[in-house]
Design a protein around this ligand. Structure first.
Ligand SMILES: Nc1nc2c(ncn2[C@@H]2O[C@H](COP(=O)(O)OP(=O)(O)O)[C@@H](O)[C@H]2O)c(=O)[nH]1
Ligand SMILES: [Mg+2]
Length: 279
């Protein structure tokens, strides 16, 4: 849908990882935008979907509880895909909450203008929206307009965060997510969903190198083999891409120690979920 891309665009830096695979946002991710006259705290949540694991159930709970807590909901839809049962389901969920909702039709860079109006029409007859706003999170088209609408529709309140804060995520979590993003982008089918990353150590060494030790967990031995790759090539590539981005984010040279371990069927294992930070 582009929720994470949109969040990053609002905040002006990458706080949520982006992938072309569905259901990759697992936690609630906070992004903070501070302008001269407003502070907007965005919460990127997992999308609604039919859960097949305890992990999925956790993700749905995160999404549902967030809807009730916030002052405004952005319902982001993919304008390149005709709406169907999935959208009907979400619309039914949204009817249960009293939070005001803005419908965001994303990816307008990839649709013909003529197709946009019927799409907005379809949604406007099925939901009660404050506004229906077409944007492209990728190119930034109309994101400023959306930002103004958001600020105009938020209640007055204090700034909750210092102006130079962009997220509430601890650095370890950020680092783990960056590594997970590289895995998502280099693998297919079940693997992206079977991967969890835990950063076990993160410390500045005396030679000004940031040392990071992380474990990439998978669910089966066969997946471990794929992640390591022939002659360790896959893991090396994951490490190379992750290190590049971690160095840019933390502004330091990074030494990344990556390990792959199997935790059988962890997505249905309460204790494993907790220890991986999904609770
Ligand atoms: N063409 C196009 N692609 C987009 C746009 N926004 C996001 N994407 C792509 O859609 C995919 C999913 O994006 P992501 O932000 O991870 O979606 P999420 O799962 O809703 O958080 C990624 O491959 C993005 O590059 C957009 O405005 N236009
Ligand atoms: Mg996302």
């Amino acid at each position: 849908m582009g929720k994470s891309t949109l969040l990053n665009r609002f905040v002006g830096r990458k706080v949520a990882i982006v992938s072309d695979k569905p259901q990759t946002t697992r936690n609630r991710i906070l992004g903070i935008l501070t302008t001269d006259d407003a502070q907007v705290v965005f919460m990127d949540t997992p999308g609604f979907h039919k859960p097949h694991h305890k992990l999925g159930e956790y993700m749905i709970r995160v999404a549902e509880s967030t809807l009730e807590e916030v002052d405004l909901v952005l319902y982001v839809v993919d304008a390149t895909v005709p709406p169907g049962l999935g959208e009907e389901y979400i619309l039914a969920q949204l009817r249960k909450i009293s939070t005001p909702i803005i419908l965001v039709a994303n990816k307008i860079d990839a649709v013909r203008k003529n197709d946009l109006l019927p799409l907005l029409d379809w949604f406007s007859t099925r939901g009660n929206f404050l506004h229906l706003v077409p944007v492209s999170a990728l190119t930034g088209e109309n994101v400023d307009g959306l930002r103004r609408l958001i600020a105009d529709n938020l209640p007055e309140g204090p700034f909750y965060y210092p102006a130079d804060t962009f997220t509430d995520q601890p650095e370890r979590f950020v680092a783990g997510e960056i590594i997970r993003e590289k895995v998502l982008n280099l693998t297919r089918e079940e693997i992206p969903h079977s991967v969890a990353v835990v950063v076990e150590e993160m410390q500045m060494r005396s030679n000004q190198v940031l040392y990071l030790a992380a474990v990439v967990y998978v669910e089966r031995d066969s997946q471990k083999g794929i992640l390591i790759g022939k002659g360790g090539r896959m893991l090396k590539e994951i490490g190379r891409l992750a290190r590049q981005e971690l160095e840019a984010i933390f502004g330091n040279r990074v030494y990344l120690d990556l390990w792959v371990k199997v935790k059988k069927d962890w997505r249905d294992d309460e204790a494993a979920l907790r220890s991986f930070g999904y609770e």
